[in-house]
Design a protein around this ligand. Structure first.
Ligand code: FOL
Length: 216
C-alpha cells in the first residue's frame, strides 16, 4: 500500500492558525479537491484526517464529496454528525462517506475491507492532516505505534509569501528528516495526478505559491 500526503505549507512549514487554514485560496482548494477526488471508473479515493482537521472543514463541505472520509479520533463516541454508512450505502460509488477510526494505523489497516469489492474499489489514499497526523504518517510520532504503511509521495503546495507568521501548527521538515526526498518535475506531477496543473509561481488574493511533488 502506498500513501500520499497532501498539504499546503509556508516556507517555515506553517499549515494552520486557530483551528483553520491561514489563507483562503479558492484555486488552490479546487486543486486539492480535484487531486484527491480523481479516480478511474469504479474506483474511489480515501482521505484520512485527524479529528481537528475534520472540524476545520466547513460543515457544508463535510464529508468531502466523492471520497471515503476516514476520521481519526481516540474518542470512541466522537460524533461525526451523520449516521455511519450501511452496507448498501457503501455500494453507491458517488456517495460521500465518513467513518471513525481510533488510530491512524487502524484507519489505514481497515481501508481495504470497508468498501465492498463488487461496488467500488479503493484507488488512492491521501493523508490530509493535520499536524499530528502528518507527523505520525511520516513516522515522527513520539508515541508508540504499530508499523504504518510507507508515505512515498508528498503533494506540497509551497506558500512563498506572505510569511503567515501567525501559524500555530506546522508540517514536519520532511527534507531535513530524510534526505531521500527528491522533488519531481512538473511533468511528473501532471502525469501522476492525471490533471493539467499550473506551473511556476501562482498568485491568488496576494498570496504566492507553487504546486510541487516530492517522492522517496
Ligand atoms: N492540501 C492543500 N494543497 N491545500 C489545502 O487547503 C489543504 N487543506 C487540508 C489538507 N490538505 C490540503 C485540510 N483542510 C476543505 C477544507 C479544509 C481542508 C481541506 C478541505 C474543503 O472544504 N474542501 C472541499 C472544497 C471546497 C471548495 O471547493 O471550496 C473539497 O471538496 O475538497
Amino acid at each position: 500500500m502506498e500513501l500520499t500526503l497532501i498539504v499546503a505549507a509556508t516556507i517555515t512549514h506553517g499549515i494552520g492558525h486557530s483551528g483553520a487554514l491561514p489563507w483562503r485560496l479558492p484555486n488552490e482548494m479546487a486543486y486539492f479537491a480535484k487531486v484527491t477526488s480523481k479516480a478511474p471508473q469504479g474506483g474511489i479515493n480515501a482521505v484520512v484526517m485527524g479529528r481537528k482537521s475534520w472540524e476545520s472543514i466547513p460543515p457544508k463541505y463535510r464529508p468531502l464529496k466523492n471520497r471515503l472520509n476516514v476520521v481519526v479520533s481516540r474518542q470512541p463516541e466522537y460524533d461525526l454528525g451523520m449516521p455511519p454508512p450501511t452496507q448498501s450505502s457503501l455500494t453507491s460509488p458517488t456517495s460521500s462517506l465518513a467513518i471513525l477510526r481510533p488510530s491512524l494505523a487502524s484507519a489505514l489497516g481497515s481501508l481495504q475491507d470497508i468498501l465492498p469489492s463488487d461496488a467500488s474499489s479503493l484507488h488512492r489514499t491521501f493523508i490530509i492532516g493535520g499536524a499530528s497526523i502528518y507527523a505520525e504518517a511520516l513516522n515522527l510520532s513520539s508515541s508508540p505505534q504499530e508499523s504504518l504503511p510507507f508515505v512515498n509521495r508528498i503533494l506540497l503546495t509551497r506558500v512563498l509569501s506572505p510569511a503567515y507568521s501567525e501559524c500555530d501548527v506546522f508540517f514536519p521538515d520532511f527534507q531535513a528528516l530524510d534526505s531521500r526526498w527528491k522533488r519531481s518535475s512538473h511533468k511528473e506531477l501532471e502525469e501522476w495526478t492525471g490533471l493539467q496543473v499550473s506551473e511556476g509561481v501562482q498568485e491568488e488574493r496576494g498570496t504566492r505559491y507553487e504546486y510541487q511533488m516530492w517522492t522517496r
